[in-house]
Design a protein around this ligand. Structure first.
Ligand SMILES: Nc1ncnc2c1ncn2[C@@H]1O[C@H](COP(=O)(O)OP(=O)(O)OP(=O)(O)O)[C@@H](O)[C@H]1O
Length: 258
């Protein structure tokens, strides 16, 4: 619905006509979509459909062959990954990027010191940790009772949540998560879904997730983008999309009871 005279808010992320080729391989082809601020979207799609390439272009790891990416009204394709990160885009890879030999507290303090930007690497050890922010992040990822526990002793799901909290030590507006629930139990998966919703509801974060776990996508109950052969072929809520013949043909398969 469009109400005359009422401007829709500008999207936080705008992807327009994006294409990426690797020699003769077309990884992305005319991909366009927008993400509103404080929204959660999941990207579903078969292996090789271009999900990772899309993340790589958004976070500046790759330059697109054509098209543009705008973040908070600013064109970012072509910027370095470091500059894009400073603008407020954070990406979590599938394998938890945490320091196993350090405690939960030390991991969070390291992330805070790095994102502070005021300290050189050498000063990291001398800087007095911001205990208030550290404890706030520990609380966010549900690890307040495990601050002194060595991270290698945490469960897989706890490590994943810890890394998300570490990313939030910086000023993040868009969080990109690559299969955050891979290898998790149902309980752990639900804890990640709750955390993602909390980040959106309490911090106004925009979250873009690549995920194959349909239980997670379903329990999240947020809009889904379906990718196939380098294109976004459908967008909507999962309960509608799972009956869409294009989505069944390209991803879910006939007879899927997802
Ligand atoms: N650096 C590269 N050089 C050549 N081809 C590439 C490169 N990166 C990706 N591709 C190709 O681009 C296409 C999209 O790959 P991409 O990794 O983005 O898909 P994906 O949806 O993330 O797959 P998966 O779910 O398996 O991770 C594939 O055909 C892949 O082989």
């Amino acid at each position: 619905m469009h109400v005359t005279g009422v401007e829709a808010p500008a999207p936080l992320l705008k992807v327009d006509g994006l294409a990426k080729r690797f020699g003769g391989v077309v990884a992305l082809s005319d991909v366009s979509f927008e993400l509103e601020e404080a929204s959660i979207h999941t990207i579903l799609g078969p292996n090789g459909c271009g999900k990772t390439t899309l993340f790589n272009v958004i976070d500046g790891s790759l330059r697109p062959t054509a098209g543009r990416v705008e973040f908070a009204g600013q064109r970012i394709d072509g910027m370095t990954a470091a500059r894009i990160a400073r603008l407020g885009i954070a990406r979590k890879f599938q394998v938890p990027g945490v320091f196993g030999e350090l405690s939960v507290a030390q991991n969070l303090e390291t992330a805070l010191a790095c994102h502070g930007g005021r300290y050189g690497v050498g000063a990291l050890l001398r800087v007095r940790p911001d205990a208030v922010r550290r404890d706030e992040l520990a609380d966010l990822c549900g690890l307040s009772a495990k601050l002194q526990v060595r991270v290698s002793e945490l469960a897989h799901g706890e490590k994943q949540r810890l890394e998300i909290a570490m990313l939030l030590a910086g000023d993040v507006r868009l969080l990109m998560l690559d299969e955050p629930t891979a290898g998790m139990s149902v309980t752990e998966t639900e804890a990640v879904a709750a955390l993602v919703r909390q980040l959106r509801d309490e911090r106004g974060l925009t979250v873009l997730i690549v995920e194959h776990d349909l239980h997670f996508v379903r329990s999240l109950a947020e809009p889904v983008l379906v990718a196939n052969e380098g294109r976004i072929i459908a967008r909507g809520d999962y309960e509608t999309l799972r009956h869409d013949p294009r989505v069944i043909r390209s991803y879910l398969g006939e007879g899927a009871d997802a």
